[in-house]
Design a protein. Structure first.
Lengths: 564, 247, 341
């Protein structure tokens, strides 16, 4: 068995994208997608840290029912800012702007994204939006909830709504530009032989994500703009006193913000498809079904926003249609879960850290997705909407789903990105801690929600305390579980073991070049002659298959003296 | 690169960026990128079209009365101006494709002038609305929304709002908010378009574009046509919607 | 608050809460089944097919259309059963029964103002009898609120400038939570109260013990006079220069623009605040607007009065309001007019 054909630089003293140039300027003015990915990685980590601090205050406040740690005004600002930072500045850019930015060109055999300057611009736009938002938070904060519902946000709130809105408006364009860049790159810059159905599923899911980004984000941009003008000039477009309709705001808001959930989770699904296939050395079961289910989710995702408005005065018939469509959108997600599970069948499964995260993802995403059915179901949603049930549900999708996939992907590609290995033992340990802490945090919230505890409550009836204490305990464990990787990943950048070009022995294009890769990714333009997730050439597979059929032990087969 | 020098090998064309294999791939990427961008623009305007549709259905008489107060002549002239500019833009792209630099410079200049004409007429319209106190809410400090209303039986006055039965000033304000939001956003796009064309004009003058490489001219043309098409929708929706109910 | 006999299930105290719970248990059962199934299979595969040698390469398996169909169709059928069940309960419950007692609810930052059709006012408390259908007609004075009664499994947003309704029939006496479930600013978590469900006889006692309050219809009648509505619509809504109001509620109305609509709370409110929007056929748009002159609560009172106006002769007229028209709300009157039955 031969090692995979590579496109590495032949010389021993390699120049890679990190040591190609030195100095701050070479980073701040870089057009290399890999460097831009690292710029994003640094900034979203900072935002994640800030959002995490807010989460800590929320959990500490809710430890007791009286609401005695923070004032109600402060608490309202804390949960609002937790949501805004985490959603707009962490979850939405998380996987696409870091892992996607780094890997989309490499996985399709391109030298860079189609528009490198636009890519850099998107980071600056993101940063500008982030800085404006942080300024607004420091200057006085915002207390409208991350949903900005009118007329509270336009008329009654005394906080920095406009400044925060401007920050989110601006950062939205970074998301649009990233999506645009991915779509054009995937369409026009695939290496020779890299057909659509040879693309890794990570690419398919990023393609679907990009569709949502370019179609949805402009709508939230105009919505926030209208909201800001309504607040400044008070013309009444969302104000019933002037004939406006506050529910119009909710429709426009959720037209983006429901698909935005898919911006967050689709890239995670792409990462998990990679991890499941590669760490069980199996091609993905039902490749086309998994690929097209991503597109189906992106398309159907635009048709279900009304399930956020079942109790908002929407008509009964609209409610029924949106409920029906919301159930329909569950099917592509179910297909993915079943296919991932089937991929493991008769695989060769390793227990490396990324795989632990991927397995955790499947379990938690199943719970998150299934509890979504409660909210799609009209009669049950009437009871549980706006309660902690909803909070638990979307944290299962966004933390249990997206964050776990992000961490899994970060560990998986860490050797490629930095050229160093992370400490495997610590990795597995922290994956376990994150999983336990996460479940302890959010499982009790399902119960509290069904029992009737409304969300966004600063003080609550004492009978809910037991669930909140459990939740806070879980959040502490989760916090520890997230600090550990932060520390050892930073440590490994300097002290970690040097990584080989292909430490996991995988066939993907990104593993067929050096770690870290050179600036143009490949020494020569790769020519793709293999299918996605093809772990050995077909003729050799036939030989192995025949040997296996004859009952021979071929597990230890070593060909050309090199293990696969 | 001076005009007239043909490049023997595409790969060595100075406009080819390092990460593309050839000019064809670069052209394809640029065009697709612009199309995708235009899709986002449609969604951007789509939010406002939705608000328009909703409130127009809710307040038909108010919207018709408000629309009748707009200056139909100026709106129509502007429509013609923009359609003409699209024509000259298309000619500019064609001239670039066949390598007629002089024609391209003329067409681009005319397009820019027509764009500026549009903006000038728009400014006149805005000034009229300012004088009639039609800027909604507190949009203009010191000039809140406060139009004069034509009472029944009064002599026709074009500065006064003629309310159709069932219309109220409050909801006329809603129309004007949507009018300013949509035409304002359109004008911002026009200003950006003129800026882009000025850059293109500069590089045309420097002789950068020819039959081999004229990608930027093409995609700026796409953008310009898009902005025109938005106006083609705005004009009937805003200016013509209530004409059949006039007086 | 009492707890239910089943762990982790809230107290069930209305006629629909049992139906909602049954669906909830079905959904929970399916969720538990699939979670256990998938994690079980996952764990089984992960152990059984663990990597035994670093060099092993498993045989590729392309996929199976049969399996794909199976695991698309079965979840689809299950999902559709959930949809149908949930939609059926929701649809059934969206129709308010005709004979329901009406209670008016006004939400404002950060309190609930409640008034019974017999005049009793409450703040952050709602007394209701068992066994009678109660319809809540709700509006907001400022931002969006949401009246959430977990023990009854109902919830609906309370919007400014609009009326939303929800109804229930309580089954079990007791004190239950009443929450605001739509974030509404600083004291959102303080905008809570309780529903006190009583036996019908206790409730009637409670009503008569608090009877020295004016019913909203009577207060509305006083407003009807003090605002000058009588001059065009007549003292008992018999009409004149303005259209007849007696028997208007729930009737079809023909408009000048050739449209028709059914007169509901929203239409009456719109006609008070923006009279020229929907003018009744045969009338001129001469009515002035009352926007800003009447509070949401007063609007409810006027609407309640108009609702009480039946076609002449079908019902005894209300006692004419003899008290001065101003500060009508605090004026005590005689016996309540509507006996909830």
């Amino acid at each position: 068995m031969k090692a995979f054909e590579t496109f590495e630089t032949p010389t021993a003293a390699r120049v890679n994208y990190i040591n190609a140039e030195y100095g701050l300027k070479s980073w701040l003015l870089t057009k290399d997608h890999k460097r831009i990915a690292l710029l994003y990685l640094g900034s979203i980590s900072a935002f994640f840290f800030i959002g995490g601090l807010y989460a800590m205050f929320i959990r500490l406040e809710l430890l007791t029912p009286q609401g005695d740690l923070l004032s109600s005004t402060t608490y309202n600002k804390v949960f609002t800012q937790h949501g805004i930072i985490m959603i707009f500045f962490f979850l939405i850019p998380s996987i696409p702007a870091t892992l996607g930015n780094f890997l989309v060109p490499m996985m399709i055999g391109a030298k860079d994204l189609a528009f490198p300057r636009i890519n850099l611009l998107s980071w600056y736009i993101y940063l500008l939006g982030g800085i404006i938002t942080i300024w607004a938070l420091l200057a006085g904060g915002i207390d409208t909830g991350w949903t900005f519902y009118a007329p509270y946000s336009t008329t009654f709130s005394n906080s920095y709504v406009v400044a925060t809105g401007v920050g989110i408006f601006i950062s939205g364009f970074s998301s649009i530009l990233t999506g645009l860049n991915f779509i054009v790159t995937i369409h026009t810059m695939r290496a020779p032989g890299m057909t659509w159905f040879r693309l890794p599923l990570f690419i398919w899911s990023h393609y679907a994500t990009s569709l949502v980004m370019i179609l949805g984000t402009p709508v939230i941009a105009i919505t926030i703009l209208l909201l800001a003008f309504e607040r400044l000039a008070h013309v009444g477009i969302f104000d019933p006193a002037n004939g406006g309709d506050p529910v119009l705001f909710q429709h426009l808001f959720w037209f983006y913000s429901h698909p935005a959930v898919y911006i967050m989770v689709l890239p995670g699904m792409g990462v998990v498809s990679e991890l499941i296939a590669n760490f069980s050395r199996k091609n993905i079961f039902g490749y086309k079904f998994v690929a097209f289910s991503s597109l189906a989710i992106a398309v159907f995702g635009f048709l279900v926003w009304g399930h956020h408005l079942f109790v908002a005065g929407q008509s009964v018939y609209a409610g029924m249609i949106f409920s029906f469509l919301s159930f329909a959108v569950a099917i592509p997600s179910a297909i993915k879960v079943f296919n991932w599970t089937a991929t493991l069948y008769k695989g060769s499964i390793s227990y490396d850290t990324p795989m632990l995260y991927a397995l955790g993802f499947i379990g938690l995403f199943t719970i998150g997705g299934m509890t979504g059915l409660f909210l799609a179901s009209l009669a049950v949603d009437v009871h549980v909407s706006d309660t902690y049930f909803v909070v638990a549900h979307f944290h299962y999708i966004m933390v249990g789903g997206t964050l776990l996939a992000y961490l899994g992907g970060l560990h998986y590609w860490w050797p490629k990105i930095t050229g160093r290995m992370y400490p495997e033992g610590w990795g597995r340990f922290s994956a376990l801690v994150v999983f336990v802490g996460f479940n302890l945090t959010f499982l009790p919230q399902f119960i509290a929600g069904f029992l009737g505890m409304p969300r966004r409550y600063h003080a609550y009836p004492p009978e809910f305390q037991v669930f909140n204490v459990l939740s806070t305990a879980g959040a502490s464990i989760l916090g520890v579980g997230l600090v550990i990787p932060f520390v050892y990943l930073l440590w490994s950048m300097r002290y970690g073991k040097h990584a080989e070009a292909n430490p996991w022995h995988l066939p993907g294009l990104e593993w067929r070049t050096a770690s870290p890769p050179p600036t143009e990714n490949f020494f020569a333009t790769p020519v793709v002659t293999w299918e996605a997730y093809e772990f050995a050439p077909p003729e050799e597979m036939q030989v192995i298959g025949r040997l296996k059929d004859e009952g021979l032990e071929v597990a230890d087969a070593v060909i050309d003296g090199k293990p696969l | 690169m001076a005009e007239g020098i043909t490049v023997a090998h595409e790969a060595s064309h100075p406009a080819l960026q390092h990460h593309f294999e050839n000019l064809e791939q670069q052209r394809e990427a640029g065009a697709l990128g612009m199309w995708v961008f235009l899709v986002t623009e449609i969604m951007f305007f789509g939010g406002m079209f939705l608000a328009y549709t909703l409130y127009r259905t809710k307040f038909p008489a108010d919207f018709a009365s408000a629309s009748n107060h707009l200056d139909l002549t100026l709106g129509a002239v502007n429509t013609v101006v923009l359609i003409l500019s699209s024509f000259t833009m298309a000619l500019a792209v064609y001239s670039a494709q066949v390598g007629k630099r002089r024609n391209q410079i003329i067409c681009l200049s005319v397009t820019i002038l027509l764009g500026l004409t549009f903006l000038g007429i728009k400014a006149v319209e805005y000034r009229d609305k300012y004088e009639d106190s039609l800027f909604p809410g507190r949009l203009i400090p010191g000039r809140p929304f406060n139009p004069a209303v034509q009472e029944h039986g009064q002599l026709y006055d074009k500065h006064k709002l003629h309310l159709l039965p069932g219309a109220t000033v409050k909801h006329v304000e809603m129309f004007y908010w949507i009018y300013f939001a949509m035409t304002g956003m359109h004008a911002v796009h026009m200003i950006i378009g003129v800026g882009v064309l000025l850059v293109i004009l500069f590089f045309t003058w420097r002789g950068r574009y020819g039959p081999e490489y004229h990608n930027p001219v093409e995609i700026s043309g796409l953008y310009w046509h898009f902005v025109d098409i938005v106006w083609i929708f705005l004009f009937p929706l805003l200016y013509l919607l209530g004409r059949h109910l006039e007086h | 608050m009492q707890t239910s006999w089943i762990p982790f299930v809230p107290e069930s105290a209305s006629t629909i809460s049992g139906k909602v719970d049954a669906l909830y248990f079905y959904l929970s059962g399916v969720t538990a089944f699939f979670t256990v199934l998938i994690s079980g299979v996952l764990i089984f595969f992960v152990i059984k097919y663990r990597r035994r040698s670093p060099f092993e390469i498993p045989r590729p398996i392309a996929g199976s259309h049969k399996l794909e169909t199976l695991w698309s169709v079965i979840p689809l059928i299950i999902a559709m059963s959930m949809f149908a069940w949930g939609a059926q309960i929701f649809f059934e419950n969206s129709r308010t029964p005709k004979n329901a007692n009406e209670i008016y609810v006004v939400g404002k930052q950060w309190m609930w103002k409640i008034q019974h059709s017999t005049g009793q006012r409450e703040i952050n408390e709602l007394h209701v009898p068992t066994g009678r259908k109660i319809k809540l007609i709700m509006t907001s004075e400022d931002t969006i609120h949401d009246l959430f009664l977990p023990a009854f499994r109902i919830k609906a947003d309370v919007l400014p400038g609009r009326y939303t309704t929800q109804w229930f029939e309580a089954t079990k006496p007791g004190t239950y939570h009443l929450f605001c479930a739509e974030y509404c600013g600083m004291n959102h978590s303080g905008m809570i109260g309780s529903v006190i469900v009583m036996q019908p006889t206790d409730f009637d006692n409670w009503l008569s013990g608090n009877a020295n309050q004016q019913s909203p219809a009577v207060a509305g009648q006083q407003l009807f006079q003090s605002l000058g509505c009588v001059s065009c619509h007549g003292a008992q809504g018999e009409g004149g220069r303005g259209p007849t109001l007696a028997g208007l509620f729930g009737r079809r109305v023909f408009l000048t623009n050739n449209q028709t609509l059914t007169a509901d709370e929203g239409y009456i409110r719109e006609s008070i605040e923006n009279p020229s929007a929907k003018v009744v056929a045969g009338f001129n748009p001469i009515m002035p607007t009352f926007q800003g002159q009447v509070t949401p609560e007063q609007l409810i009172q006027i609407i309640s009065f108009i609702k009480s106006l039946q076609v002449a002769g079908s019902q005894a007229p209300l006692p004419s309001a003899s008290a001065p028209a101003s500060s009508a709300a605090t004026t005590p009157t005689s016996t309540p007019q509507h006996n909830p039955k």
